[in-house]
Design a protein around this ligand. Structure first.
Ligand SMILES: Nc1nc2c(c(=O)[nH]1)N[C@H]1C(S)=C(S)[C@@H](COP(=O)(O)OP(=O)(O)OC[C@H]3O[C@@H](n4cnc5c(=O)[nH]c(N)nc54)[C@H](O)[C@@H]3O)O[C@H]1N2
Ligand SMILES: Nc1nc2c(c(=O)[nH]1)N[C@H]1C(S)=C(S)[C@@H](COP(=O)(O)OP(=O)(O)OC[C@H]3O[C@@H](n4cnc5c(=O)[nH]c(N)nc54)[C@H](O)[C@@H]3O)O[C@H]1N2
Ligand code: SF4
Ligand SMILES: [Mo]
Length: 704
């Protein structure tokens, strides 16, 4: 007997609904859900092939333990693995205090697991050090929206796409990274219903589809956005009534904009001034503008400022709070929104609360039934500092759930050093091996989302319930289960002794009551019966498609804030020794470190191997040829790749995808070279812009 179950694609933040056919044990096939609001029957190549990634030989099926000094972990019974983890956690906490233990979580886990792990860390163990891979991803968008609009979480919904007449993409290659959302944008463009501008140093598939491509130099988006606002002001295109009624801080921004003349901005961005004028023509005509932004804008030392500048643009044009317009941060991972909702970043607590706010801590202490002052008041280490603190020995243990930092963090030599020095590394993953698993002392096998019940929240704040469509292999268990059992083995029962994912969700949802991301009216049964719902969704309430329709922003007085944000040059500028700028990113058919997509033949055929994209002019200067093996060196380290010469990348810039890492070939990851400089507010690393040199790979020379 087969049956169809509604579930969700586990890949990107578009959050496409799938219908999976199962025989009760295995997934037989998936097809797009015609009724899910994110995709309305659409699907991309990754979603379409997801069934092939579940029952593969590289799944981690059983727990394993590796004794210090040994290189090979051994399979052990579940109870022994849990006892081992608990015993060593207890020993480390007794000797060095709870603040010597860190948790590194992921936007690919279900909200239930994110919530329980973060609660266990803070409320049971009492360590402040909880962070997640969202630090590398959405952190700048979150901190920027907080400052400009008073709250994280975009105001918009996908249905706005069909109403908009102008799209601006800043540092987003949505055609490859959010393909289903981009299909909806493309349909508007193709019907001549909308104009589109793309800002990216590469002529990507997204840029190909646009009316205007602005190939600004990496790290210059803020100058560009300020320059566009300067021109729109000059042309009298601002919505002065909106600015007057609903915002504050205009005067300071107004004064700063004087400096951002098109001539100056064009020089900073290394573009022709006419591109700026043309962009201002398009934006000046817009009656409904959506700005999408992602990693090209977020992964910058000015990531928070970039988000502020995007919000400035929308506020100055009055393009927010109405159907069809608004700043629309596209979430990368499928449940980074859920993670932000439940406080899985170092500086946050559930319900968009902040660790640094004594009232917020007190609210959570009272909600969790803890005594006053129980929760750590220190803001925990952000991801980059977390691995540094393992290196210095300040942190002794780390529990990594659903992330592969030994491949995806900047400056990998530092990360490996930290993991090597740690006394205890627990890696909870669904696949094996990974670049990180070789450092693990304990390996816990996680069920993937298609095997466990739980929720994900997508880019438009829409919560979908997943129901298991396959049984987890071997001893694999839902991620929250490992946290609960290890907690029990440490003697904690109160606060983490949930029996089901549904119970965890209920508590999480209640914790958001009265907060900007209120979803206290949601529960699994409602999601199961009525389908996906967008927050805010208060108790006895209903789904909300758009926020700020009353123009009341989540700031004191209800006004949104303009921020005057000056452009700063990227800390690294090309030199004779390192003459190029390295930027990094993605291709459509691969997902991050390929633990899933690397198992699908069709996807590997489309994207078989790593490459370094370079403009032919640069290759001529450096005496390099297409297809040649090259070394990419930065002041921090060296990666190896194969050269791909293309006109579509700006001269002076090279691009490497992030998908192929140490398991592919030694030093294949561009993160050997990337910079661990961070945005001072969001602590997001500058993964999109560092100086490098590209030279022939000497090893190849020696061999030939
Ligand atoms: N196929 C696929 N899709 C994915 C993912 C995946 O691994 N594979 N991952 C998901 C995740 S977690 C995320 S965060 C998103 C990321 O989604 P995107 O941000 O769209 O993806 P990236 O390729 O990292 O970067 C986008 C573009 O930024 C450009 N860029 C580089 N530097 C700059 C700059 O300084 N300014 C500007 N304006 N542009 C710049 C790059 O050339 C690149 O084309 O994708 C999600 N979707
Ligand atoms: N240079 C550079 N570096 C980057 C980026 C960039 O653009 N440039 N992008 C950054 C961004 S935006 C992101 S989001 C990160 C992504 O970085 P990571 O999160 O480190 O990358 P993934 O390969 O997605 O790792 C997820 C891990 O979780 C496992 N997993 C999958 N599903 C489950 C599950 O259900 N349970 C458990 N327990 N495990 C599971 C996978 O097997 C995999 O090992 O990379 C960042 N690093
Ligand atoms: S667009 Fe994203 S969520 Fe939708 S099918 Fe593709 S990978 Fe999955
Ligand atoms: Mo991401």
């Amino acid at each position: 007997m087969t049956r169809d179950v509604k579930t969700l694609c586990p890949y990107c933040g578009v959050g496409c609904g799938l219908i999976a056919t199962t025989d009760g044990k295995k997934i037989l096939r998936v097809r797009p859900d015609p009724l899910h609001p994110a995709n309305l029957g659409r699907i991309c190549q990754k979603g379409a092939t997801v069934a092939q990634t579940v029952n593969v030989s590289t799944r981690l099926r059983y727990p394993m333990i590796r004794e210090t000094g040994s290189t090979r972990p051994q399979v052990v019974p579940v109870g022994q693995a849990i006892d081992h983890a608990a015993t060593h956690l207890r020993r480390i906490i007794d000797a060095h205090g709870p603040q010597s233990v860190a948790f590194y979580l992921s936007g690919q886990l279900q909200t239930e697991a994110q919530y329980l792990a973060a609660k266990f860390a803070r409320a049971c163990l009492r360590t402040p050090h909880v962070d997640s891979n969202s630090r590398l991803c959405m952190s700048s968008a979150a901190s920027g929206m907080n400052l400009s609009l008073g709250s994280d979480g975009p105001p918009t919904c996908y249905a706005d796409i069909e109403l908009a007449d102008t799209f601006l993409f800043v540092g987003s290659n949505a055609a490859e990274c959010h393909p289903v959302t981009f299909e909806r944008v493309k349909a508007r463009i193709d019907k001549n219903r909308a104009e589109c501008i793309v800002v990216d140093p590469r002529r990507t598939l997204t840029a190909e589809a646009a009316h205007l491509h602005i190939p600004a130099k990496p790290g210059t988006d803020l100058a560009l956005l300020n320059g566009l606002l300067h021109l729109l002001r000059e042309r009298g295109r601002l919505d002065r009534a909106f600015v007057e009624a609903h915002t504050e801080g205009w005067a300071e921004l107004d004064a700063m904009l004087d400096q951002y003349s098109p001539q100056w901005v064009a020089t900073i961005c290394s573009i022709d001034e006419s591109l700026l004028q043309r962009a201002a023509d398009i934006l000046g005509q817009a009656s409904k503008l959506i700005t999408f932004w992602t990693m090209g804008a977020n992964q910058s030392i000015q990531g928070t400022f970039n988000t502020n500048a995007i919000c400035n643009l929308h506020l100055a044009l009055g393009q927010i709070g109405r159907p069809g317009c608004g700043p629309f941060s596209l979430t990368g991972q499928p449940n980074a929104m859920g993670g932000r909702d439940c406080g899985y970043m170092g500086h946050t607590l559930p319900g968009y609360r902040f660790v640094a706010d004594a009232d917020h801590r007190q609210q959570m202490e009272s909600f969790w039934g803890l005594s006053p002052g129980h929760l750590p008041s220190q803001v925990g280490y952000d991801a980059v500092r977390m691995f540094d603190a393992l290196s210095t020995g300040e942190l002794k243990a780390i529990w990594i759930i659903g992330s592969n930092p030994a491949a995806t963090m900047p400056r990998l030599s530092r990360v490996r050093d930290g993991l090597e020095r740690a006394e205890l590394v627990i890696v909870q993953d669904a696949y094996y091996p990974t670049e990180t698993s070789r450092f693990a002392h304990v390996l816990f096998p996680g069920a993937v989302n298609l095997e466990s019940e739980g929720t994900y929240c997508n880019s438009e704040r829409c919560v979908t319930l997943m129901q298991p469509v396959a049984a987890p292999p071997g001893d694999a268990k839902p991620d929250w289960w490992w946290v609960r059992e290890t907690g029990r083995a440490l003697g904690f029962e109160k606060g983490i002794g949930f029996q089901t994912a549904e119970e965890i969700f209920d508590e999480f949802a209640r914790s958001t009551a009265g907060r900007p991301n209120d979803q206290s009216g949601l529960y699994h049964k409602l999601l199961r019966e009525k389908g996906p719902q967008q927050w805010p969704f208060p108790l006895m309430g209903k789904s909300t498609a758009r926020r700020y329709q009353d123009f009341q922003f989540h700031r004191a007085g209800g006004r949104a804030k303009f921020w005057a944000r000056p452009h700063l040059d990227n800390p690294e500028q090309p030199t004779a020794q390192f003459p190029l700028l390295l930027t990094t990113g993605r291709v459509i058919g691969q997902w991050h470190t390929r633990t899933k997509t690397g198992t699908v033949t069709q996807l590997n055929n489309n994207h078989p191997s790593p490459f370094l994209q370079m403009h032919p002019e640069d290759a001529t200067t450096l005496g390099l040829e297409d297809g040649q093996r090259v070394a990419i060196s930065s002041p921090r380290g060296r990666a190896f790749s194969q050269l791909k010469l293309e006109q579509s990348i700006s001269p002076g810039v090279v691009f490497s995808p992030i998908h192929w890492n140490d398991l592919w070939a030694r030093s294949a990851s561009p993160n050997e070279a990337t910079s661990d400089d961070v945005d001072p507010i969001s602590k997001q690393p500058n993964l999109k812009c560092c100086i490098v040199n590209v030279t022939p790979d000497e090893c190849v020379k020696k061999l030939s």
